[in-house]
Design a protein around this ligand. Structure first.
Ligand SMILES: CC(C)(COP(=O)(O)OP(=O)(O)OC[C@H]1O[C@@H](n2cnc3c(N)ncnc32)[C@H](O)[C@@H]1OP(=O)(O)O)[C@@H](O)C(=O)NCCC(=O)NCCS
Length: 177
């Protein structure tokens, strides 16, 4: 699958993306608030294998795409369908491209895909309360905070809280008269 936004193309990963993924997945700034990384080479290979396997699964539940800008991989965005019509979204952008609106733009395209093409009825996301950038993205996407889970995620030896954000499928407006 491939999604196009005003500035970005979101496309399937290939093995040739190893260096670009490894660059942001080994950066300490990228992994500060997440429970993965910094990646070993094997971690990055496993990630690319997961993307390849999930892209071919039927039915497909994992939609993890490379965020590309002018043909260059600058990050990752993923939508994982857990059960029924519910899914979780996540994203990472290479720090060299932070604060330019790319995470919001990529995640918006995947949210729209989830609601329109996968007929999802709810998409959630979690982030650490300290991760103001991620919470900013979720608020800018129009997602509402619906929970605060205490000591929810073990990140490099420390149990950290999670904020839970959620959005539901846009209601189709019905015409009257
Ligand atoms: C979270 C992350 C993907 C944001 O990527 P980004 O492309 O810089 O985000 P955007 O430019 O779309 O930012 C959208 C909003 O988030 C907020 N925001 C983004 N970066 C911020 C920062 N460093 N400090 C404060 N707010 C920030 C702002 O409200 C911003 O909107 P604005 O520019 O209109 O003010 C990026 O910081 C990242 O990759 N972090 C490491 C991985 C990670 O934590 N992923 C999320 C796991 S829960």
């Amino acid at each position: 699958m491939e999604l196009t936004t005003a500035r970005l193309v979101l496309r399937e990963y290939s093995a040739a993306d190893f260096d670009a993924v490894h660059a942001f997945a080994t950066d300490p700034r990228t992994v500060l608030f997440v429970d993965w990384g910094p990646n070993t080479e094997q971690d990055t290979l496993d990630f690319l294998n997961y993307c390849d396997t999930s892209a071919q699964a039927v039915p497909r539940t994992g939609h993890t795409l490379a965020i590309t800008l002018a043909g260059v991989v600058i990050g990752s965005v993923g939508l994982t369908v857990h059960h029924g019509a519910k899914a979780e979204i996540g994203y990472t952008v290479n720090p060299t491209h932070w604060e330019l609106g790319y995470a919001t733009e990529a995640a918006k395209a995947l949210l729209d895909f989830g609601f329109s093409e996968l007929a999802l009825d709810q998409i959630t996301a979690t982030c650490r309360p300290e991760n103001v950038a991620s919470a900013g993205v979720l608020r800018k996407l129009g997602m509402a905070q619906t929970g605060h889970l205490k000591n929810d995620r073990l990140i490099r030896g420390a149990w950290l809280d999670s904020l839970v954000f959620s959005t539901t499928a846009p209601q189709l407006s019905s015409k009257t008269g």
